[in-house]
Design a binder for this molecule. Sequence first.
Ligand code: SF4
Length: 439
Amino acid sequence: MCYAIPGKIKAINEKTVVVDYFGEEKKARNEFYDLKIGDYVCAQGGFIIKKVPEKEAGEIIEAWREIFFQLQDTDLRLSRLDLDKKNINKKTGTILDRAMEGLTLKKDDLEYLFRLAAPQEIELLFKTANFLRQKYHKNSCCVHGIIEISNHCASACQYCGISRHNKNITRYRMTPEEIIAAAVEACEEYGFQALVLQSGEDPGFTAKQLSGIIKGIKKKAAVLICVSFGELGMEGLEELYDAGSRAMLMRFETSNPELYAKLHPGRALDTRLAHIRRAYELGYIIMTGSLIGIPGQTVADILDDIKLAKKLRPEMYSFGPFLPHPGTPLAACPPGQSTDVLKVMALARLVDAANAKIAVTTALETVDPSGMRQGLLSGGNTVMLNVTPLKYRRHYEIYPNKAHSGDSISSQIETTVSLLKSLGRAPTDLGIRENAEDH
Ligand code: SF4
């Protein structure tokens, strides 16, 4: 199974290469390979991650060619906008028209859209986001894998089921050998080319040890590694970058500093943001976002979350619903609503139409079994499959009843690829940030 289709190099400008991908040209950054025009490469998150022998590339491209264009047709059909606006409030239509024209929406406009209540108007918001996703990103959909390497955590986030206060879960920490083996298996057996390594803030792993693991994976597999280990400190970020990781997933969870301080005892939003900004400066691609529906959050906070996320220049936005865990102080609070998350994804697409990759989170799938489909039709274009070994997976219980806790990797792939095909999406990833040449 292949999750990234190779493209042919058309031009090389120092570290930036132009890749032809079924007639479309995309740019990617090359750091590791000796490349020439005419070579075939796979890219993830805008980084060339492997050179593919011509024969192998030709076979993959041929296998995909016909289906790729069929998928494009399906996607085009599904993302067409129904312009019959007879049940649509004039103001809603006007704001969405402005978004489609690429005009900047004011905060009042975004608030108005977030507060839409009539089903046909909410549907039009989602369809507009899907139209913009198709317009700028075509039918490409990133499929990343995630390995949850440890559920130990020294932090006390009030909403999190694996925070240090929860004494009622089984803690685990994968050995470096197990992590490397799981990553290599995900790449070689299942075709993943981008993996997130995630854990709580685990004092059992130093930055040096994590670097050793990253190097170990890079030695054996061609893969974009995204780190998600919490606040490692600035030196830690540098160390992991030097080891070969090129992406960081770190949500700020809320843009409201007071609410942040309440939810994260002893922590400050500024410190979190400093990590994200420093990671960007170092050259990491950034994946960030917030929790929707967290107790104490207002609509204004949610709109600020979208604004802050955009300011952080992310490669990928990630918004998920708050889900109360019984072992936390927020156990009795109501969960976030899937419609609100979908609205936030759609608004993120409206405000950053051309750049945003937007993830469909597992938490959204947990709160709504049709969440992946809904998310992909509301502006989303990235999914993440859980490739943590099954014996550990159920213990990474940041919220209860997490989707895919018991699903094998093959069954997740089968379900996801079948859904993507039904929506006309191709599991490809040759996209790049506009400013990739800057690093
Ligand atoms: S959210 Fe992350 S840092 Fe906070 S308690 Fe959970 S695992 Fe630890």
